[in-house]
Every structure is written in structure tokens, then in C-alpha cells.
Design a protein around this ligand. Structure first.
Ligand code: GRF
Length: 206
């Protein structure tokens, strides 16, 4: 009988790439967990960014983490960017992709290679408030709570299968800054926990 793939790789580290475009607080949290061996078998091995001037890239450089970064414009569009990223991911043996503030829709090139092994963190209780500025959308809607969602990535905008959510209250007279801080705190707890779960032996069958 053939050995199931997850048993063939039991005990090996599972290489994870983080994609980020911004400040990179979720990336920094994930990398810190990885450096302390707190992602189960998961290990952050590289960063991909479409913003060479981002905080995420600066942090990766400061930690000596292999980084692929270029603007879409520099390389000739999304398809070319994803093809170059794919070659970079392959050279690092990447098995999982975590989008942590990656401000681009993922195209067919990356989806074909990684669908089912690519997750995203979004700052709302999806399906409510997909897309940009989700905390501001929640404040304007006048709802009493919002939250954060970790979900699989598909071709849509924040439409993939939901894996886990954390609720975050919206307080009377909340400011956008205060709400965003609370949302970030929830993200920094939820995302590493879910990445560790997904990288456990039982879940990894690719
Ligand atoms: C996070 O709120 C994440 O949910 C959203 O973009 C933000 C990125 O923040 N997709 P940071 O760059 O990780 O600080």
C-alpha cells in the first residue's frame, strides 16, 4: 500500500511564504512565532511583496529573510509578477502561502499552483465588509461588532472558504484608530494559531 503523502513528510518542516504589501505587523508576528518554533511544523522561509518600500520588506531584510519584491509595473503586470514569484517559491520549497496584508487579487498563475494551500487574513467578520477599508466600512455601517477572518484564497475578493473568525466589539464613540488597534491585536492572536493548526501533520496532505 502506498504511504499517504502526509506520512512521507511527517516531521519535516513545512515551508511557508508570507505575502505582504504594507506595514507588516502580521508578518512580523508570524515570523517571530516561526523563529520560536511556535508554528507547529510550519516555518516561514521567505517573503513576497509587491511593495519594495513597505515595512514588511524592511523587516524581512533586517532579519535576513529571503525576499522577492518588485512592483507589478517593474515586471510587466500581475501575470509576470506571479510567474516570477512562483519560481522564487519553488526555489524555497514553499508548501503554504499566507497573505498577510497583501493588497492584490491573486491571479490564476498562483491559484493553479497553491489553491487549497493559500490563506488570507481579513479585518472583518466575512462575508460582511469584504474588500478595502473593512474597519471603516464596519464603523460607517453602525454595527456593534466586527472581527477578523482567516479564509482560504480563491479567485474572488475575500470570498474563499472561512477557516476561523474572532469577534471584535465596536465600542460607543469608537475611533477608526482605536478599532484598528483592537482588530490588529485579534489578528496577531488568530493568524499564528491557525497557521500552526494547518501545518499539523493531520491537515497537510499535499
Ligand atoms: C490587516 O488588517 C489585514 O487583515 C489586512 O491588511 C492589514 C495588514 O496589516 N488584509 P499589517 O501590514 O499586517 O500590519
Amino acid at each position: 500500500m502506498e504511504t499517504p503523502p502526509f506520512l512521507q513528510t511527517a516531521g519535516d518542516p513545512l515551508a511557508i511564504a508570507v505575502f505582504a504589501s504594507g506595514t507588516g505587523s502580521n508578518f512580523r508576528t508570524l515570523l517571530a512565532h516561526s523563529e520560536q518554533g511556535m508554528l507547529g511544523r510550519g516555518c516561514i522561509v521567505c517573503l513576497v511583496s509587491d511593495r519594495p518600500d513597505s515595512g514588511a520588506v524592511a523587516h524581512a531584510m533586517s532579519r535576513g529573510l529571503p525576499t522577492f519584491t518588485a512592483t507589478h509595473q517593474e515586471v510587466g503586470g500581475r501575470k509576470a509578477f506571479e510567474e516570477a514569484a512562483l519560481a522564487f517559491l519553488a526555489s524555497h520549497g514553499v508548501r503554504w502561502i499566507v497573505l498577510a496584508g497583501y493588497m492584490r487579487l491573486v491571479g490564476r498563475t498562483l491559484l493553479q499552483a497553491y489553491e487549497g494551500h493559500m490563506i488570507n487574513i481579513h479585518p472583518s467578520l466575512l462575508p460582511h465588509f469584504p474588500g478595502l477599508d473593512a474597519p471603516a466600512q464596519a464603523l460607517s455601517a453602525g454595527v456593534s461588532e466586527t472581527g477578523v477572518t482567516v479564509h482560504y484564497v480563491d479567485a474572488g475578493m475575500d470570498t474563499g472558504q472561512i477557516i476561523a473568525q474572532t469577534r471584535v466589539p465596536i465600542l460607543p464613540n469608537d475611533s477608526l484608530a482605536a478599532l484598528t488597534t483592537r482588530i490588529h491585536a485579534a489578528e496577531h492572536e488568530l493568524l499564528p494559531r491557525i497557521v500552526a493548526q494547518l501545518c499539523s501533520d493531520a491537515m497537510d496532505t499535499k
